[in-house]
Design a protein around this ligand. Sequence first.
Ligand code: BGC
Length: 764
Amino acid sequence: MKKLQLISILLVIILASLGCQRNKTSQTAGFDPRVEPLLKKMTLEEKLGQLNQFSNPYISTGTGETSAHNENFDEMVRDGLIGSFLNVLGAEETLRLQKIAVEESRLGIPLIFAFDVIHGYKTMFPIPLAEAASFDRAAMQQSARIAAVEAAANGLNWTFAPMIDVSRDPRWGRIMEGAGEDVYLNEQAAIARVRGFQGDDLSAANTIAACAKHFAAYGAPFGGREYNMVDMSERMLREVYFPPFQAAIDAGVATFMSAFNTIAGVPASADRWLFTEVLRDEWGFNGFVVSDWTSVEELIEHGIAESRYEAAWYGLNAGIDMDMMGRLYLDYGKQLIEDKKISEQQIDDMVRRILDVKFKLGLFDSPYQYSDLEKQEELTLHPEHLEASRDIARKSIVLMKNDLNILPLSKDIKRIAVIGPLANDKDAPIGNWRGSATPNSAVSLLEGMREAVGDRAEILYSEGTSLTLNEQQGFFTQLDYNTTDRSGFAHAIATARSADVVVMALGETAYISGECRSYADISLKGLQLELLREIRKTGKPVVLALFTGRPLVLTDVVEHTDAILNCWLLGSESGHAIADVLFGDYNPSGKLPASFPYHVGQIPVFYEQLNTGRPFDPNPFEFSSMYRDIPNEPLFAFGHGLSYTTFAYSDLVLTNDTITMSESITIKATVTNTGNYDGEEVVQLYIRDVIGKGVSRPLLQLKGFEKIMIEKGASKEVAFTIHPDDLAFFRLDKQFAPETGKFEVYIGTASNNLSLKGEFELVE
Ligand code: BGC
């Protein structure tokens, strides 16, 4: 009996110690072995120091004046009180600060330098929404790779990108920064961009840590108003807003950023369920989490914390490892531990995660490798980077309309008028979140076209109307744009009259989209539509080159154009890329990553809809799901984009009629180039889960795409492999898993143009 007792006591002890160990290994799994010994040497103050990030006081990417102006950063670095800086740029200054950290602080822990390298550092690539339109994984990876190379050479080792917030609301200005409305496309962009920034070896001198942001659901603010509340079902979170973040983790993303918004009343930056239960316990994420700019301190404004002390507690307790700009953990961490609100163990876990990323970046081994003046000189704006930018820009352009095949413009045309406020604008194409770009450094449309035609044709130019902001009247209102001065119209009309064809350059300037650029009215600003109408009256063919950071409402615009080329905000090489497409040196291949609404009142408008109990039925017209005054459909659907050639789809083949939970199915189709140009097509695969057991499933979900080049007259077969895991959803039993049943398969050229249909069944 005694023996038995002894054995069971021993068993309990062994199990208990195993339990502890398991806990420990899961927290430190894959961590650099040097983390633990270093942590042991750190004082509590030094530990708390690692949890703080401050901005260069002269570059603000957040709310106005920062307390940071009063800090003595050199001294704080020397004392080990800062873990990271943001917005400190250039090999020289990063090297200076890094030397203080490494050589003058007690433990020599290096700093990590962060910056918003969103679509380029100095060589600018298309804004992320535009680049998503390329539906080209390699292109997205390449632009991130080059951005990392330039950023790393300028002393940076961490970017606050990719932003992978699904967004179905173009009123929200930050839709420009993600991959649009679709889950799968955002997942693919997340993977490509994380791989691009981080490369194969994070410790290399030309790779930087990526940051998946903003966790979670930041792209769904009520009314499209920046920072506004978010409220949605757990199903919507898990099926739409979470998956790109899980994809980023699978791609090895080093860090996460918390969102500004509340979800169901809980501010994300205080949400323990999000950051501890889901992110760490469920998904096993081992990197660290940074708050957004003062988002922990803002818990006071959110009305859940009464003081900075309480706000600090919420942030720490939720699992927000690093406080951007708040200084809260430094000010209150010690007291929170003394008051037993937070354990030192919790702080240790956070420090471990931060140190580990620093080790992985190679910062302990070669702290100065990122700050290399020679490399900075050599690599920044390298001609090969600009070449890549032009190529990716061309791939991102979407031909939205091309009546009578007016495009490409014939090389025999003698006089082309380029009209509009964005024709000669060298700044707009750089877009918002422009890294370290030089203002007015993009190739304008006018420059690009002039270079393309040389002496072959005459390019006439007229601005017509201006889009200049009148800052005196306030930055954000529609009134800031000229709505009264028509003095440029006469010249523009005369210019159009004297030309054979008109290219109108209309849309948005760089800062109309981006953070805190929400607009209730997303039609063309100022007098642009009026100018277009006047030009249309001349009877000349009109091509609209649209510059924009978001889907716009173009319903009144379309009828006044023969062709629309969505030129987004394409970065440094914008004008060259657009000219390539206008004159047919590149056949457009982009597809819309987000629906262009017919009317702002449709928003949120997106293709991944449920059927409703009363789907739209024009006959008998009563009591079905519809608007009385406008169509249900957007003006331009997700996935839409024309080419100068045409493609025909045929021969849908499914390898099986039935698959089990452990089998995959291959779905094949043949695409034939039936037109007169060689061209690339984005072949899109959508699936419908016909019957969900107790949960209604969307009519269509993008589950695959392939971008392929097909020569004129040729055919190619495309094959997609779908595994039951790709069909998983948040079921009624709260499992994220597939369900048996029938699935419809659609393949085609756009979400509203899917000519091939098949089906298969998933069984146990
Ligand atoms: C933005 C983040 C950004 C941070 C630092 C915030 O205002 O929401 O996306 O990374 O500033 O610039």
